[in-house]
Ligand binder design. Sequence first.
Ligand code: ATP
Length: 236
Amino acid sequence: MLKLESVKVSYGAIEAVKGVSLEVRAGEVVTIIGANGAGKSTLLKSIVGLEPVAAGKVFIGGRDATQVRAHERVALGVAMSPEGRGVFADQTVRENLMLGAYSRRKDPAAIEAAIEREFQRFPRLRERQDQLSGTLSGGEQQMLAIARALMSDPKLLLLDEPSLGLAPLIIKDIFSAIRQLRESGLTILLVEQMAKQALGVADRAYVLETGCITLEGSGRELLNDPKVKAAYLGTH
Ligand code: ATP
């Protein structure tokens, strides 16, 4: 579904991603854990085409997408829910969802069907469909960000720190939504600082440190790894 080969991403002289290779297979939930500034968001942006790669290759669905522009990668079946959610505060819930369906703008019936599907998935969004998104709670905004990404009907969903800034109970809701998405057959690449929850939901995981993958394994293996415990789980 997704393969990165020695991907490097730089901001001027700063190399934020230093040759990352990883793979996400169909139906998997894969997580990338790492501290602030490790390069997690940058890596996700390079997958959807929002940051150009300086070297290496990005394959989506078996196709070399390295030079494919961001809006064309949507057609390859990838969508991202960005860090900080990125919902348009002064647009309603419904309007935000419609923006997520931009690639289907010529097919209003398909857009309506996709909105209905997301309302079934996230009933709270149906109740609040005419509410301005900026007045939603943090958890509702996160649900909206995920639903908006799903409007393009991706096969691979990238989630950038969906738990950021949310209360523990709401984080539980977000992770149960991620489990449901997995059960629906979606492939997910999840970037998280909440390492315990992320490793709990993930089939496989990678640890990213200052732009390099330093560990990989199954979610369970990394949950039990002494280095991961010491650095990311707060237990020894
Ligand atoms: P966080 O969890 O804090 O978001 P992250 O692991 O997602 O961290 P990135 O946001 O990818 O990390 O940042 C990786 C490095 O690249 C950091 O040193 C950051 O300061 C730098 N960086 C990120 N975006 C830019 C930018 N637009 N211009 C310059 N440097 C940037």
